[in-house]
Every structure is written in C-alpha cells, then in structure tokens.
Design a protein around this ligand. Structure first.
Ligand code: DX5
Ligand code: ZN
Length: 221
C-alpha cells in the first residue's frame, strides 16, 4: 500500500445476507482495507460478529482485514482474531487488559498493531504506547453503532496524534465519515478513513469509495 489516504469500508453496515457480494463490490470499487467491527455487548452495548466471520472473510479474500475490537477482554480476542486471519487488530486503550501484552501478542504473530480510544479519552492515554503501534484510530463517534453523527471535537486529537506519530505511520478516523467530514480529518492528519453507512447504504459502493477518496485527498499539514 502506498503512502496516500486509505479507504476502509466497515462491513458492519453491509447487508449481512449479502455481505460477500458487497465486500466484493467494495474491493472492486477501490477499498484499500476492509474494516471489521467486533462488539462484545459489554465494552459497548451492541453485539456484532465473532472470529468465525473473520475466518470466512479470510477465505473469501486476500484483501487486508483490519479488525477493530470493541471488547473488554482485548488480550483474549486479539489472539482469537489473529488466529482467524486478521492482518491487523485495533484494540481500545480502555479495555480491561495490559496494552503491552496485547501489542506483544500481535507483534509475535506478525500482525499490524492498532490502538484506539473513545471520544472521552484524552490522547495522553495512548502516548506511552505510541512508539510500539503501527496505527492510532481516533474514534469520531462513541463506539457501538454505525450511522452516528461525526464529532468535530475529535479533530484536535487527530492533530495531536499525528504530531506524535510523524509521517511514517497511520492515523485512522472511524465514525460519521462522509464526503463532508473526510476533508477536515485529512487536514488534521488522518490518512485512513473508515466508513460504514456512507459506503454500504449509499446504493453505489464504488461511487461512494471514489467520493471519499477525493474528499480525503487534502494534503496533510
Ligand atoms: C462504530 C464502529 C464504526 C462504524 C462506522 O462503533 O467502530 O466502524 O461502523 O460507521 P459509520 O461510518 O456508519 O459511522
Ligand atoms: Zn470501527
């Protein structure tokens, strides 16, 4: 993958009865990564998919699978999703576990390491781990549901995280990303754009991805 912005459609917003067909349309339409949202009904109120989903997705495609685990027991599930075939796992700093152990587990297995934080969590919570991660995800909605409104107050955090990571690593935004909001995120330093409803419920998956890519094309500051 080159240095430009990456578009990561979230399969959470796909029609689960047609998820293969829609994932294929996203890949053909230029998706760089497929984002898979895992919810345990405890860390967040909602439930979504489990390791079996990622195992099937892995058999279905060689395309990169970034698995965002919104779960309390991040160590256990990082292992389960590594086992299932994820390329990278992004876990929450607020999870009930030692982040160093999760990072180590993912490194030992050769996966990409992403770390994320809820909107209310200050950037400084992840600062101690910043040298050990490949990507930081700044949540731009409260995790748990697709289709929520973008939180502009998270842009300062994107800026802060980008200043710590420098140019070589990725800053991802997730939640309420659209052609209206992606530009401000890019300007603040984001270069991975997760989008759920605005891709899969748009009626034109390829067109939505192309639109996001051009909205995300603003140069980094
Ligand atoms: C929120 C998830 C997101 C979500 C984004 O809990 O982490 O990935 O699916 O959805 P949209 O783009 O619909 O806001
Ligand atoms: Zn997500």
């Amino acid at each position: 993958m080159g240095p430009g912005p990456l578009i990561a459609p979230s399969l959470l917003a796909a029609d689960f009865m047609r998820v293969g067909e829609q994932a294929q349309a996203a890949i053909a339409g230029g998706a760089d990564v497929l984002h898979v949202d895992i919810m345990d009904g405890h860390f967040v109120p909602n439930l979504s998919m489990g390791p079996g989903f990622v195992r099937s997705a892995r058999e279905f495609t060689d395309h990169p699978l970034d698995v965002h685990i919104m779960v309390t027991d991040a160590l256990r599930f990082a292992e389960a999703f590594a086992e299932a075939g994820a390329d990278s796992v992004t876990f929450h700093v607020e999870a009930d576990c030692d982040p160093v152990k999760v990072i180590q587990l993912l490194r030992d297995r050769g996966l990409g390491v992403g770390m994320t934080l809820r909107p209310a969590t200050p950037a400084r919570a992840i600062q101690p781990f910043i040298e050990s991660v490949d990507m930081v995800l700044v949540m731009t909605v409260e995790p748990g549901y697709g289709g929520q409104e973008f939180r502009e107050d998270q842009l300062a955090k994107v800026r802060q995280v980008r200043s710590w990571l420098g140019a070589g690593r990725r800053v991802e935004v997730d939640g309420g990303i659209s052609v209206q909001t992606a530009g401000a995120c890019a300007e603040a330093g984001a270069d991975v754009f997760v989008a759920g409803v605005n891709v899969f419920r748009s009626g034109d998956i390829a067109g939505a991805i192309a639109g996001l890519r051009s909205a995300a094309g603003a140069p980094r500051r």
